[in-house]
Design a protein around this ligand. Sequence first.
Ligand SMILES: Nc1ncnc2c1ncn2[C@@H]1O[C@H](COP(=O)(O)OP(=O)(O)O)[C@@H](O)[C@H]1O
Ligand SMILES: [Mg+2]
Length: 358
Amino acid sequence: MYINKIKLKNFRNYKEQEIELTSGINLFFGNNAQGKTNIIESIFLCSMGKSFRARREKELILFNEKESQVEIQYQRKDRTGNIEYYIGEKKEIKINGVKINKMSELLGKINIVLFSPEDINIIKDGPSNRRRFLNMLISQVRPNYIYTYNLYLKTLEQRNSYLKNITIENKNDALLDIYDEKLADSAVIIHKYREEFINKIKEKIGKIHSEVTKEKETIKLAYISDCSEKEKYKTILKENREQDIVRGYTSCGIHRDDIYFFINGKKIDIYGSQGQQRTSILSLKLSELEVIKDEIGEYPILLLDDFMSELDSQRRKNLLKYINNTQIIITCTDDINIENVEIDKFEIKEGKVFKITA
Ligand SMILES: Nc1ncnc2c1ncn2[C@@H]1O[C@H](COP(=O)(O)OP(=O)(O)O)[C@@H](O)[C@H]1O
Ligand SMILES: [Mg+2]
C-alpha cells in the first residue's frame, strides 16, 4: 500500500502544506528542527490514532492556533482511502468522509512500520518498550486486540485503586475475586494474541537475521508472561494478593509481559555488543514488515525517521535494495544518492516542503 497525498494544516510547524508522494522511495532532507519528523508524526497519527512523542494531542497544533488538521489519501491494492484527523476543541476523525465513533475503526487503515534511532531501546531498555512494539504490531492487524487491551487496563486501574484504599485487615476478598476474574478474562485473550504474533516473528527472524549477519549469528526470542492460562494467572494473583495490598498495585499480569532476545544463546541486552544490538533491531523490524505483509496481503509503508543517519553508504544501499515493493518514507539530515535507485526528494526548510525536480 502507499500514501499519495498528505495535507497539513496548522500541524506542528506547518501552516499549510500539501505533499504528493511516489509509491517508491521518498526522501525528506534538511537541517535539524525544520519539520522532518513532524511529517512522519502526521502519518503515524493517521495510522495509529496517536502521536509517538506528544504527551498531549494539543501539542500538535501550530503555536497560537486553535485547531489542526491532517488529511492523508492512500491507495491499497483493492481500494483507495482518505483519512481526516482534526484536533481542536474536540477531536474528530473521518474515514472516507464518515466520522468514526471508536478509535479501533481507524486502526489498520494505514499500515506502517516505523524505524527510528530510539528503536535500540526495544532491546536495551526496560520491557515497556517491548510491549509497545508488540502493541503497535498487533493493533494494526487485529483491531479487537486494542479493545481488549484497553479493557484490561481499565480493570487494572480499578483493581489498583481498590488495593490502594484497603489494608490487609479490612480487605474484601469477594470484591478482589471479581477484579481478578475480570482481569484474567482479558489477560488470556491478550496473551493469545501476543503469543501468536511472537511466533510469527520467530518464523521470520531466523532467516532474516542470518542474511543480515551473513549466517554468523542465530537469534532467538522468548515470550515471558504470567498469563498463559486463566486458572494459573488467577493463582498467581492470589499468591501475590497480600503483597499487592501492601504495595497498592497489581504486581503480575499482561502489563508485566516481556520478550527476551538471545544471540547464540546469550541475552543480547546483557552480552550483546552495540553492533549486535543494532542488527538485531533491524532484523526484528524487517520481520515485523514481513508479518504485516502476510496478514494484509501487501507491504505496509516503511517510515525511516533519521534511521539512515546511522548507516554508512554501503549499509544504506543494502537496506534499500533488500526492501522491494514497499513505499519508503525517509527523513535524513543529508541528501541520499544511491546508484540505480530512484528516489523522489523533498527539501524541508522551516516548516515548508520543496519538491526537488531532477
Ligand atoms: N506545535 C508546534 N507549533 C509550531 N512549531 C512546532 C510545534 N511543535 C514543534 N514545533 C517545531 O517543530 C520543529 C521540530 O520539528 P521536527 O520535525 O522534530 O524536526 P526535524 O527536522 O529535526 O525532524 C522545531 O522547530 C519545533 O519548534
Ligand atoms: Mg527529526
